[in-house]
Design a protein around this ligand. Structure first.
Ligand code: HEC
Length: 353
């Protein structure tokens, strides 16, 4: 009995001593709190685990609404452009001055996919001791879901698709009115306006066009778009382009999956509709045209791939030379070992020369 009491006293004394040492260490100022002095990797991974578990346990039972609702996505686009890009970036932007010096560094949400339940919880509640604010105080759940819906579609979106959707989003001013809050929007605001301005000069592309583009973006959401990202899908995309240029109707159709959707400047057609009408027109148009490749990038994940091509087409329309800028986003699927096109989204912009 006596020995037992002695043990307890020793344990308590040691614990008190540890507490005193920790308090002295903290008070001494020896700990470097600077954001540019990074944690030990062990500390960091321990904190990551605490963070991930804490989020996950709390988000597990959150009910996810329909995140494919175009209106919800569109609303989220406006929110994102206004409030999130200075930290989380946007397609075509690799870093920001603000983000650069942050620790932990905000993830580039245009290049990574976040679980919707986790995303909702983090956006609503923020993350302690990091720069991620809790937006729940100033935004209702529906608005937060719109942000989640948008960031689900963001990975793989091209800078142009991003600009187009942000330009169509309900203006941020309206959102502020019904919320009456005053969090600092400045960075993002300029971005959003800039985007609106940029695309004002482009021909109006219908909502459905940018939506198709976005779904494509999502198909290979875990892979980054880069030149040669999916060499085989690029070959299929090139074969399709060659078939059109050489009048190879059958060859072109053979590359289209049975349920393919083809969308040209916003009007979407089935494979059969395309075959009976626009295919012939495209072949005729390309027959005497010169196609100049500006860029091609692709990504592949599992049986899905995406190929995005920018071309400049020099053609003749009504006897006059025209230059057409073409953005082509293709979604492909591996069917019985061969890559077939399941969706094409063409957006064109012509300038008379
Ligand atoms: C001032 C900078 C800042 C702003 C503005 C900001 N965030 Fe964050 N966000 C962060 C940081 C930093 C993290 C990472 C925190 C961590 O991992 O501990 C983060 C994390 C996240 C995550 C979790 C990602 C993951 O890997 O699980 C999501 C989702 C997110 N932010 C969404 C948003 C949205 C949506 C907005 C705009 C409404 C926004 N953030 C605005 C700094 C910011």
């Amino acid at each position: 009995m006596k020995r037992h009491t002695e043990h307890v006293i020793v344990v308590v004394a040691v614990l008190v001593l540890i507490a005193i040492v920790l308090a002295l260490f903290g008070y001494s100022g020896l700990y470097n709190i600077g954001a540019d002095d990074h944690h030990w990797s062990l500390t960091y991974s321990a904190m990551q685990t605490v963070r991930d578990r804490s989020i996950h346990v709390r988000s597990e039972n959150i009910k996810v609404p329909n995140l494919d609702d175009p209106q919800l996505i569109l609303k989220g686009a406006g929110q994102y452009a206004a409030m999130c890009t200075s930290c989380h970036l946007q397609p075509g932007v690799e870093n920001s001055e603000l983000r650069e010096g942050m620790y932990p560094q905000p993830p580039n949400l245009s290049k990574m996919h976040v679980d919707p339940q986790d995303a909702f919880w983090v956006i609503k509640h923020g993350i302690k001791m990091s720069a991620m604010p809790a937006w729940g105080g100033s935004h209702d759940d529906q608005t937060i879901w719109s942000m989640v819906a948008f960031i689900e579609k963001l990975p793989g979106m091209t800078p142009q698709q991003y600009k187009d959707i942000v330009a169509k989003a309900p203006p941020d001013e309206d959102m502020d009115m019904d919320e009456g809050d005053s969090h600092s929007h400045h960075h993002g605001d300029t971005d959003a306006r800039q985007n609106q301005h940029d695309s004002a000069s482009a021909p109006d592309m219908s909502m459905s066009a940018s939506m198709t583009g976005m779904n494509m973006g999502n198909a290979a959401s875990n892979a980054e778009l880069k030149p040669g990202g999916s060499p085989q899908a690029e070959v299929a995309a090139q074969a399709f382009q060659d078939a059109l240029a050489n009048g190879g109707r059958e060859a072109a159709l053979a590359l289209l999956a049975d349920d393919a959707r083809i969308s040209e400047d916003g009007s979407s057609q089935s494979r059969a509709e395309y075959a009976s009408h626009h295919l012939g027109k495209d072949i005729a148009f390309l027959k005497n045209a010169q196609v100049k490749r500006l860029s091609r990038v692709s990504a592949e994940s599992g049986d899905r791939a995406q190929v995005v091509t920018e071309n400049e087409i020099l053609a003749t329309a009504k006897g006059k030379p025209v230059t057409v800028g073409s953005h082509e986003a293709m979604q492909l699927k591996r069917i019985n070992g061969a890559w077939k096109i399941i969706a094409i989204d063409w957006q064109t912009k012509s300038e008379a020369k």
